[in-house]
Design a protein. Structure first.
Length: 349
């Protein structure tokens, strides 16, 4: 496990091993404000030995929430609560980035915004997003920029823009969703790039800012194109996942050994020179090491594995059983499931 346990730097941020905890909304906040449950959760994760934690998707505007209990960063009053999470994690000598997010048409708002009119259907509801005006665009970009300034003030070590999983930035990036006829349609990355530019003005230049990008937006070629553009504009890292779920054109890769977001991360890593993170289905230290060596990505994410066993990284280092996600997907996306069979099995041992 030489590579998995080796150090890495993201700008000046020292990451003691290649394991990061990807953002996972657990809906534990009190109307967007940090609760003791949030703090305990991050403290537990930080004690678990991962090199980096990315704080769950934290909403930049109450109209962009993805769940009622999602944490928020739309108000200066929220800084102190977030600071307590940062301090709890820093006490364990672990850096923490924060993912900042707006759901657009993919959230709980009954009158959501979207780059252009789009009907978003899930198994339980259907909602139509209304086209954002230029004023809406500027205003939401400012929400992201102010959120980043608050995150910096709270002490986070870096920012991750949520640019995947069907939420607002991925709605802009995916041309099957973004049908605008203006410059935000002609250059779908413009929305996120202007946010990046604004964040640079309110945070020091050494403060890392990255994006979680869908590997299929809608095709892998589009994501490669975006990855290169973000790199050219100075983004500090790319964290690769799925894109706008129902509007992806995912390639079939019959002999590929790992999950599709890892395939996309590998392809992107081959084309850029900034750090690339890969996540999805990494359920053993051996698999994590294998992926690092074979795909050349820089960090590997352990998501559900860390919900089952917050001590995943320490157990990997000690060569103990790390537990295994059974892929029932009942926890996705909203929290510690009461029916996590993987957790029950792990805790019985
Ligand atoms: C409960 C839960 C909440 C999640 N919330 C987020 C989120 O806030 N932001 C995000 O980008 N991905 C989110 N994800 C996706 C994870 O970050 C990760 O990409 C996914 O679980 C796959 O990795 P894994 O196989 O290691 O669990 C969530 C996943 C779960 C299970």
């Amino acid at each position: 496990m030489k590579k998995l346990f080796s150090e890495f730097n993201i700008k000046n941020v020292k990451v003691k091993n290649r394991i990061f905890i990807p953002p996972m909304v657990l809906s534990l906040s009190n109307e967007g404000y940090v609760t003791s449950n949030n703090i305990e959760h991050y403290k537990r994760l930080a004690k678990g030995g991962a090199g980096l934690i990315i704080h769950e998707a934290t909403c930049v505007n109450p109209n962009g929430l993805l769940s009622e209990g999602q944490p928020g960063i739309w108000n200066d009053d929220q800084i102190n609560g977030l600071k307590t999470i940062v301090n709890a994690v820093h006490e364990e000598n672990v850096p923490i980035f924060i993912q900042i997010h707006h759901a657009g048409v993919g959230g709980i708002s009954e009158n959501p915004i979207c780059p252009s009119p789009y009907e978003y259907k899930t198994s339980t509801k259907s909602v139509v997003g209304h086209e954002m005006t230029i004023e809406d665009i500027k205003s939401i970009q400012n929400d992201f920029i102010n959120a980043a300034r608050r995150a910096y003030e709270a002490g986070y070590d870096g920012i991750e823009l949520h640019g995947c999983h069907s939420y607002l930035i991925s709605q802009f990036l995916n041309k099957k969703v973004n049908k605008r006829t203006d410059e935000y349609g002609a250059n779908p990355e413009k929305f996120a790039l202007e946010i990046l530019e604004g964040i640079r003005k309110v945070t020091p230049k050494e403060f890392p800012v990255g994006i979680r990008l869908g590997g299929f937006q809608p095709r892998i070629e589009d994501s490669l194109h975006y990855a290169k553009i973000f790199e050219e504009h100075g983004i500090d890292f790319l964290d690769i996942s799925y894109g706008f779920s129902i509007e992806q054109e995912v390639e079939e890769i019959p002999d590929y050994k790992y999950a599709l977001p890892i395939y996309a991360a590998e392809k992107i890593k081959a084309e850029v020179s900034i750090p690339v993170f890969a996540t999805w289905g990494i359920n053993s230290p051996g698999l994590a090491e294998d992926i690092l060596l074979n795909t050349k990505v820089d960090l590997v994410g352990i998501g559900r594995g860390a919900l089952i066993n917050p001590n995943w990284a320490n157990d990997a280092i000690a060569e103990k059983d790390t537990g295994k996600c059974l892929e029932c997907k009942k926890c996705m996306w909203f929290g510690y499931s009461k029916v996590c069979a993987g957790k029950v099995l792990f805790e019985k041992k």
